[in-house]
Ligand binder design. Structure first.
Ligand SMILES: [Zn+2]
Ligand SMILES: [Zn+2]
Length: 606
């Protein structure tokens, strides 16, 4: 295989391309945000936001509805004005109101608004009073101490703003694992369906299951690359074609994700897949191992000798390359699961035949953290249990919020008693049902807030009656490290506590975790028989892989839980499993991979 330089692509103009609903919704969102900064009528702002939601959730592409001449005002929340704006967008590629507001309000303020604590009102103040039009501007005026001097800001806010700017920069251009998968699915399907395409696989950090990905690498084997490249380039979710040639096409999607597609010969597919999966650090170790064996490893294959042109990457005898496992085998290694390829000792383990048996989705027997309509979930206990049954679970724990989270409808003792009356009914129905597939056992749990002083948000006698006590922090996230650590340690030593949920409180792309001495927390959790959670929501993935490794090394058990607030949320389990795999965890360390009786004795701390 010889690399061919990518040629400049010639995408059709935006207006001629069929916009996807996601693209339309993104423009409406942007319009709403800019109008909000501009101080527009709040009803107008809300109308655009609601329209964005309607469009995003509509099963059929609005562009097709428009092409058919359908009446767009029949959609919920789309009045005559909005319909006219959408028609203009489909016909000209532009929404007039958006063009008008971007002529007045700097688009860089959209980044400024992403800084935690800076909403539209503060962004508007920063812009009007200090001329802030971008993240760089904001950083400059904050460093100069000018933000603190603004009415309603102050020193403390200025410090938070500076930390927030750094955070937004770090996350810019990175997309969460779940969003990346969702964005990629239609493109992958389109390329797979293209003429003459034999195989398409995902490589890169998405295959390794990293919590966020910067870009997505696709590898294909195809009779001719032309159709595969065209399928990607021409897809309606593509916002911009960055480059397109015979062997590689790069596009940028709405929402900033970059996707690279390479077509490689079948005989080199395994080597290319290995190479483009990375990580770079893992590949450095493999290449050195090849050199030590008198071999040469590259994306083209594993070669011995130098016969052929010096500059030919395929010179010499090809030892391996068609399949990935063959490449590892020829290097004297067991195949390394992609989640482990981070240069954390996996090559030495593969050489010694000591790679761990990693957790698999099929090992998961239940979900120990979920919410129902009793607090802020959208589905009833019965609905969630049926959904758990459909996933083949043996047990589920209902763990609604405690009373401190008032806005979620959190449960005090009286409301908990009413929930248990319903759980009694559910159990009785099950006993009456007789035969048929058994439904998952429902454990009685609660997600109890850890109060500011480390106390728990429920009386001890009620805590003692629960099957499962999850503790977590949702407020006072900005305590200094010593106090935050003390707070968590206080909760962990309570004899009824079973699980510490989302221990750092991080939100990917949104909020850094709390300042806390995690090693002290892990040591206490292990000593008190408290499991730490790998929260599987792709917006959290908390603990993350590195922290999970530290927790496991400290002797902690782990629960992988979805924290589902709706039926669909139960499906996030796979992201938690991926994260646990990246932490080298197997079913023995993960409580919800155990049978119910073993789970019960762990919860009883016997
Ligand atoms: Zn929570
Ligand atoms: Zn929760």
């Amino acid at each position: 295989m010889h690399a061919v330089p990518a040629r400049g692509g010639h995408p059709p103009p935006m207006s001629a391309r069929r916009l996807s609903n996601a693209q339309v919704a993104a423009r409406l969102e942007r319009l709403a945000a800019l109008l909000e900064i501009d101080g527009a009528n709040p009803f107008r702002v809300r109308a655009y936001r609601q329209a964005a939601e309607t469009v995003a959730a509509h099963p059929e592409a609005l562009a097709d509805l428009r092409a058919r001449g359908a009446d767009l005002t029949e959609l919920k929340g789309i009045g005559t004005d909005l319909a006219a704006a959408l028609i203009a967008l489909f016909d000209t590629g532009e929404i007039p109101a958006l063009a008008e507001v971007t002529g007045r309000v700097p688009v860089g303020l959209l980044d400024v608004m992403r800084v935690p604590g800076v909403g539209p009102k503060r962004a508007a103040t920063l812009w009007r009073e200090l001329g802030v039009a971008s993240l760089d501007d904001l950083e400059r005026v904050a460093r100069a101490g000018r933000v603190a001097a603004l009415a309603g800001f102050g020193e403390k806010t200025q410090g938070k703003v500076l930390a927030g700017v750094a955070q937004v920069r770090r996350h810019r251009g990175r997309v969460g694992l779940g969003d990346a998968e969702a964005a990629l699915a239609p493109l992958l399907a389109a390329v797979r369906a293209a003429d003459g395409v034999e195989r398409v696989e995902v490589a890169g950090s998405l295959r390794r299951g990293r919590a966020t990905v910067g870009d997505v690498d696709l590898l294909a084997v195809a009779e001719s690359p032309v159709a595969a490249m065209a399928a990607l380039r021409g897809h309606s979710d593509v916002a911009e074609v960055l480059a397109s040639g015979d062997t590689k096409t790069s596009v940028r999607l709405e929402g900033d994700l970059q996707v690279d597609l390479r077509v490689v010969p079948a005989g080199a597919f395994g080597a290319a897949w290995q190479y483009f999966t990375g990580s770079k650090a893992h590949n450095v170790v493999l290449r050195q191992r090849a050199i030590d064996r008198g071999l040469r490893l590259s994306e083209y294959g594993l070669f011995r000798g130098d016969e052929g042109g010096r500059d030919d990457p395929e010179r010499g005898e090809r030892v391996a390359g068609a399949d990935e496992a063959g490449v590892y085998r020829a290097l004297g290694l067991a195949w390394v699961p992609p989640e482990l390829r981070e240069d954390r000792g996996e090559v030495a383990a593969a050489a010694a035949g000591r790679l761990p048996r990693l957790l698999e989705l099929a090992d998961v027997r239940g979900d120990l953290h979920l919410h129902t309509t009793w607090s802020d979930g959208t589905a009833s206990i019965r609905t969630m249990r049926a959904a758990g049954a459909a996933r083949g679970y043996a047990y589920l724990a209902v763990t609604d919020h405690s009373q401190a989270l008032r806005m979620t409808g959190g449960l005090d003792a009286a409301k908990l008693a009413r929930q248990w009356a319903e759980l009694d009914e559910v159990d009785a129905e099950d006993a009456d049902r007789g035969g048929g597939e058994p439904l998952p056992t429902v454990l009685r749990g609660l997600e109890v807030d850890i109060l500011k002083d480390g106390g728990l948000d429920l009386d001890d006698d009620w805590l003692a009656r629960l099957d499962l006590v999850i503790v977590s922090v949702h407020g006072h996230l900005d305590l200094p490290q010593a106090r935050q650590t003390e707070r968590l340690l206080g909760a962990l030593q309570h004899p009824e506590v079973n699980v510490l949920a989302h221990p750092t409180g991080r939100l990917l792309g949104g909020r850094e975790g709390i300042a806390v001495d995690l090693d002290a927390v892990f040591e206490a959790a292990a000593a008190h028989g408290v499991a730490v959670e790998c929260n599987a929501s792709p917006h959290r993935l908390d603990l993350g892989d590195v922290e999970l490794m530290r927790a496991a090394a400290a002797g902690c058990r782990v629960v992988v839980s979805t924290d589902a607030h709706a039926v669909a949320g139960l499906g996030d389990m796979r992201y938690g499993v991926t994260t646990a795999r990246r932490a080298w965890l197997g079913p023995e360390q993960v409580v919800n991979a155990w049978p119910l009786d073993r789970v019960r004795s762990f919860l009883a701390k016997r």
